[in-house]
Design a protein around this ligand. Sequence first.
Ligand code: FAD
Length: 385
Amino acid sequence: MKAIIIGAGMGGLTAGIALRRIGWDVEVYEQVVENKPVGAAISLWSNGVKCLNYLGLERQVAALGGQMETMAYRDGFTGDTMTEFSLRPVVEQVGQRPYPVSRAELQAMLMDELGFEHIRFGMRMVDLVDDGSAVTARFEDGSTATGDILIGADGARSRTRDYVLTEPVERRYAGYVNFNGLVDIDETIAPATQWTTYVGDGKRVSLMPIAGGRFYFFFDVPLPVGVDYERSRAKEVLGEHFSDWAPQVHKLISMLDPFAVNRVEIFDIDPFDTWVKGRVALLGDAGHNTTPDIGQGGCSAMEDAVVLAIALQTNTLGVEDALVRYQNRRTARAGELVLRARKRSDVTHAKDPEITRAWYDELRTEDGTGIIRGIVSNIVGNPLG
Ligand code: FAD
């Protein structure tokens, strides 16, 4: 059996690895010409890590992961600690440590694992046809590829989704812009093994350790969509948005390489339940585009990959039936995570400033129990327990 996978992001690559493990032939087609992920790093929460462990990548992902022992919120203006607590209870309750990892390193590891001979770069799918016994993808260069199924892991602006839903869906702007990158760990900004977040006025500045003595940092700024931005001015722009913030935040801004700062306007899509049409299925952001506010988009894509392989391996009524079973196992959980992230996003980014001020007050009395409960509740319900 052969799967055509469109997109070599973390969803498509994980799906490729999962399908190869159950004996399928896999061809991944990626539009870009080289591995250059947008975004510096991501937090792989324990559910995502479990999926990689399940695929035999336990050692590889641990080698990329930062050691996050504690978590803290700080007042963005004064730098004072609002709450600080151990993340150990998360690990104990769910059975696996989370790992913040560099995106480029994660992608490279997944590509190595899948095998570059299974990935074709510079191949943009423009059309597909399902004739009931096979699916054929057509690419911009006029070439085609045919398989028993086609997995659309083609991200938030998925062409495959237009096919499955028969029309394009509207993405919803979440109201803020995320600036992210990597810097060397500097303990005058935040402790080396802590996830530290400075908050104030609906903005936040967050630092997470990744392997190699680096912090993954991101700044969130509520802004209208489409504001002009020049990459070379990253420091000035952030300096203006955070002008009255604590010295630690200014120190971070002073350390940035402006050309290595990514600027992303954040969107999501209302959850929908149709991920499959005949022999074609959506996976990852194509099926559930979320804001990053609970760090679950990529982890959900990995859950999709594992469930897809299990569905194809354990059902014997044909691939179309197996794809529907995959869809039915995944849409409710993935959709719920999208809505949870949206809710978190609204509170964090002061959609209603009163609610956000109340959250800041709550953080000052928080001993970690409520935040840990929230993190754990995102992780439980994953297909691997
Ligand atoms: P993508 O990574 O978008 O990959 C899709 C691929 O398909 C791309 O390589 C694209 O070039 C290719 N493609 C698209 N169209 C075509 C076509 N027509 N033909 C061929 N190829 C095509 N998730 C987490 O789990 N934890 C986090 O901490 C986290 N933080 C985030 C922070 C930010 C700022 C953002 C924006 C997202 C974050 N996410 C996080 C979400 C995560 O990045 C996504 O959920 C994840 O990348 C989805 O993977 P994917 O493979 O489905 O899509």
